[in-house]
Ligand binder design. Structure first.
Ligand code: CA2
Length: 147
């Protein structure tokens, strides 16, 4: 069975609890439920994780090799700072979709740079929780083409 890994970075565990004006009212658990439903519809296996630790995210990316067929990653603020996550993604031969709830290009200048984008298949941002489903669909379409 084709399987994908969804990774969430720092502070995303707070979704739906703080700053709803920026990040909405949906919790990460709600997003996970919607992702699982979409994966089931598409016949995909799915693992879903969140970590506030950069090293733990690197370990999860390494662990995806040979287990998953692709990665969806909302690396949170590490998107803009982490060469380690970029290197981890390029070290595993898996297609990755970079995802953000908010439109990072319409926000502060420091959010415009993404290290992840350099090694990603593509980037989805600005569509809120729906972006996770778009990212699953994009990865599934890509995997369908390359399988
Ligand atoms: O828009 C996104 O998905 C981001 O990855 C979210 C990150 C931000 O640093 C990126 O620039 C864009 C921040 C996630 C913080 O999530 C919170 C959720 C609720 C309350 C506070 C923070």
């Amino acid at each position: 069975m084709t399987s994908i890994l969804i990774l969430n970075g720092p502070n995303l565990n707070l979704l739906g609890q703080r700053q709803p004006e920026v990040y909405g009212t949906t919790t990460l658990a709600g997003i996970e439920t919607a992702c699982r439903a979409r994966a089931t519809e598409l016949g995909l296996g799915l693992d879903f994780h969140q970590s506030n630790s950069e090293g733990a995210l690197v370990d999860l990316i390494h662990g995806a090799q040979g287990v998953h067929d692709g990665i969806v990653i909302n690396a949170g603020a590490y998107t803009h700072t982490s060469i380690a996550l970029m290197d981890a993604l390029s070290s595993v031969a898996l297609p990755a979709v970079e995802l953000h709830l908010s439109n990072i290009h319409a926000r502060e200048e420091f959010r415009h740079r993404s290290y992840i984008a350099r090694v990603a298949l593509g980037v989805i941002c600005g569509f809120g929780p729906t972006g996770y489903l778009l990212a699953i669909d994009a990865l599934e379409a890509h995997l369908g083409r390359v399988r």
